[in-house]
Design a protein around this ligand. Structure first.
Ligand code: ACO
Length: 402
């Protein structure tokens, strides 16, 4: 690793690295990825162990405070999060300003950004107490924000948070309960939901996290920074891939049609790519995809829909692609988005909600990374350089003479 800053100070030399394939923009002690081994650690703990043995709020504590909590610390943290699950009542009017057919990500992005207009007492980034309150507020309120985006899109009344339910169960309740009938959260589904939250909680310097850090480096308020992360996550090459992956699997429809889509993915004249396949860092199995595949089997099995045709197509597609030299040579494996859509679909979510659920899960990671950056005494504004390719200096000419 070369510290280019010193080289720049001494020689004026800087690097050209579009897509940041080989440039570390920060030091971080939060998440570690070994892309060749297919390893992902949160604060040193392997993701598969956390997905199996822990739960989302404990993982949030770990990401934010660097250690697993004691029982008392966890109880206190859960109580603090639970206290903040409601949205300011005025925000109901804010929702009503959106068109009903707005994409939930458009609504989530707008509402998160607007939080700075509602919670002035937690926008001062130089005050550690305000930083802490802003963090807890966002972790607590994102399920409400996402659930209300869903309710609004289907024309149903908003369901207020239930603080007697755990984090994932409360989210499902806010999405699927109605005033007309009781909705009892199935523990299988809330466990699956919680695991999806955990698997998406952080992933070091991906595009949306880097966006949050860059926005935060200008000392923008925390709500504005997280809204920037939501906006970036929406793209189909990033968080939007889960929506695109399920759409693709449904379009394939039956195992017999897989070769046709594999051929398209390999054709360089066709922009089609296998969605949910490939990753900038993983050049081996994405460990989250492994857990997600296992979870899809479990959830669909427990729901008695293990013969779900989309799951069959996904498994067959994975098998065929992993025996094909195009994918093998380029080290393209299923990523976290390949199986997550199948689980979310089985739970009852429309595809338009998939990326909003990713955003709510990732909020803690964005916050942990933002706090780490703000608390770094050597932190400075992010300011990438460029290689200028435009016109050389020239004189302005009057419009009559052009
Ligand atoms: N299907 C077909 N070919 C692919 C795919 C794919 N899904 N992904 C990469 N390739 C090919 C490229 O065409 C390229 O081939 P070439 O060397 O012959 O030109 C080679 O593999 C390398 O691809 P790059 O685009 O250079 O890889 P990069 O690291 O820039 O992109 C990305 C990674 C964006 C994830 C890419 O694999 C992709 O578009 N995948 C599909 C979208 C997706 O699933 N995104 C979710 C990512 S995970 C997340 O955000 C949670």
């Amino acid at each position: 690793v070369v510290d280019i800053r010193k080289l720049y100070a001494q020689t004026g030399m800087f690097t050209y690295d579009p897509g940041f394939t080989s440039t570390a923009a920060c030091e971080s002690a939060i998440t570690y990825i070994d892309g060749d081994k297919g390893e992902l650690l949160y604060r040193g703990y392997p993701i598969d162990q956390l997905a199996e043995k822990s739960h989302y709020l404990e993982v949030c504590y770990l990401l934010l405070y660097a250690e697993l909590p004691t029982a008392a610390q966890l109880e206190d943290f859960e109580a603090r999060v639970t206290r903040h699950t409601m949205l300011h009542e005025q925000m109901v009017n804010f929702y009503r300003g959106f068109r009903r057919d707005a994409h939930p990500m458009a609504v989530v992005c707008g509402v998160v950004g607007a939080m700075s207009a509602f919670y002035h007492d937690s926008t001062d980034i130089n005050d550690p107490w305000q930083r802490e309150v802003a963090s807890i507020r966002m972790i607590a309120k994102l399920p409400t924000i996402a659930a209300w985006a869903y309710k609004y899109s289907i024309g149903q009344p908003f369901v207020y948070p239930r603080n007697d339910l755990d984090y994932a169960a409360n989210f499902l309740h806010m999405c699927f309960a109605t005033p007309c009938e009781e909705y009892v959260v199935d523990p299988i589904l809330s466990r699956a939901m919680d695991r999806i939250f955990t698997l998406h909680a952080d992933h070091e310097q991906n595009a949306s996290t880097s966006t949050v850090r860059l926005a935060g480096s200008s000392q923008a308020n925390p709500f504005a920074c997280i809204a920037a992360g939501v906006a970036c996550l929406w793209g189909p090459a990033h968080g939007g891939a889960n929506e695109a992956a399920l759409a693709m699997l449904r379009e394939i429809g039956a195992p017999e049609r897989i070769p046709e889509f594999i051929a398209r993915a390999k054709d360089k004249d066709d922009p089609f790519r296998l969605m949910g396949f490939g990753h900038r860092v993983y050049k081996n199995f994405d460990p989250r995809a492994k857990v997600m595949k296992q979870s899809a089997d479990e959830v669909l099995g427990l729901l008695g829909i293990e013969n779900n045709p989309t799951l069959q197509v996904a498994k067959e597609l994975e098998k065929i692609a992993l025996e094909d030299s195009y994918f093998v040579d380029r080290k393209l494996y299923p990523n976290v988005d390949f199986y997550s859509g199948i689980i979310l679909d089985a739970i009852g979510f429309p595809t338009s909600m998939f990326t909003a659920i990713f955003a709510l899960s990732r909020t803690v990671g964005w916050i942990a990374q933002w706090k780490e950056m703000i608390e770094d005494p050597e932190g400075r504004i992010g300011r990438p350089r460029q290689l200028y390719t435009g016109a050389p200096s020239r004189d302005y000419s009057d419009v009559e003479t052009r």
